[in-house]
Design a protein around this ligand. Structure first.
Ligand SMILES: C[S@@+](CC[C@H](N)C(=O)[O-])C[C@H]1O[C@@H](n2cnc3c(N)ncnc32)[C@H](O)[C@@H]1O
Length: 270
């Protein structure tokens, strides 16, 4: 990697992570988010979210299954997510290809941020498909809304989730993509349960995390995960490991399916 690119990355990572003093409980200024924003007509009415009911977020645990939970990247670090060097560093095009997205699919970009992956996914699923972009920070969704509008996409549904609920429809999502977000979910247990409930028959989770085993990946250890830890957490919560893609420079891409799905079939990565 060029020294400048590395510098930029380290700056970005540290700025993003340094801002994590603002924890997930603070990002909504102490208010519990209760609403969603849609940018299209893609069946938002199909979601039984109880949006008007107050949501009580329990205190966040510091650890989950032996792993220290990272604090949430603050929305003010969002420009780092769209840095020019990101494609080169993460090979995002290769990641997208490994997801085997097909036209017409319903995908959730969970923890979408300002939508680095959302827009390419929306182009891939096409007019007959939909991408649910879920985040717990409204400013992230506002930035994404501008990008969606500039691209003229009408198959993206923006939804403000909360720390325990991504507000997804039940049994409706073919693929849930989590890029660099799972490790910073303040309440992984209820989120795993909601993801499990949201997967359509044959649906897959695609978990992308910086490799915790690799000291050469220039990201703070708290913002990385090992393959073994990720599999341990998902397999303890109703999922089965269903393959991986090991050709990304810095990240794991691990696939999971519901463990009540057949052992092989449409949920298995192609
Ligand atoms: C490091 S950013 C990654 C954004 C995007 N996935 C990307 O790769 O550019 C993590 C994002 O996850 C969001 N997030 C954290 N916990 C979440 C949760 N429980 N549900 C939805 N989004 C969450 C944060 O607000 C933040 O925007």
């Amino acid at each position: 990697m060029r020294p400048f690119a590395l510098l930029l990355l380290l700056w970005g990572a540290s700025s993003a992570c340094a801002q994590t003093d603002v924890g997930p409980g603070d990002v909504a200024s102490g208010e519990v988010p209760t609403g969603g924003v849609t940018s299209s007509e893609v069946a938002p009415e199909a979601v039984a979210t109880g949006l008007d009911e107050p949501v009580v977020i329990p205190p966040a645990p510091s650890h989950f299954m032996g792993r220290r939970i990272a604090t949430t990247m603050h929305w003010q670090g969002a420009p780092w997510l769209l840095r020019e060097t990101r494609e080169e560093e993460e090979h995002a095009a290769r990641l997208l290809a490994a997801l085997a997205v097909e036209p017409g699919m319903t995908i959730c970009d969970l923890g979408s941020g300002n939508g680095f992956h959302t827009l390419p996914l929306a182009r891939l699923v096409g007019e007959g498909g939909a991408v649910w972009a879920v985040d717990i920070q409204q400013p992230m969704l506002d930035m994404l809304a501008e990008r969606v509008e500039a691209e003229g996409l009408d198959n993206v549904v923006l939804r403000l989730g909360n720390e325990i609920d991504p507000m997804l429809p039940a049994r409706a999502v073919d693929l849930i993509l989590l890029v660099d977000v799972y490790h910073e979910m303040s309440h992984p247990e209820p989120m795993l349960a909601r993801m499990h409930a949201a997967l359509a028959p044959g649906g897959r989770i695609a978990l992308v995390e910086f490799r915790g085993e690799d000291p050469d990946v220039p990201i703070k250890p708290l913002h990385k995960m090992t393959r073994a830890q990720a599999i341990r957490e998902y397999e303890a919560h109703g999922f089965r490991a269903a393959g991986s893609f090991d050709e990304l420079p810095w990240q794991h891409l691990l696939f999971f399916v519901r463990d009540d799905e057949p052992a092989s079939g449409p949920g298995t990565p192609r």
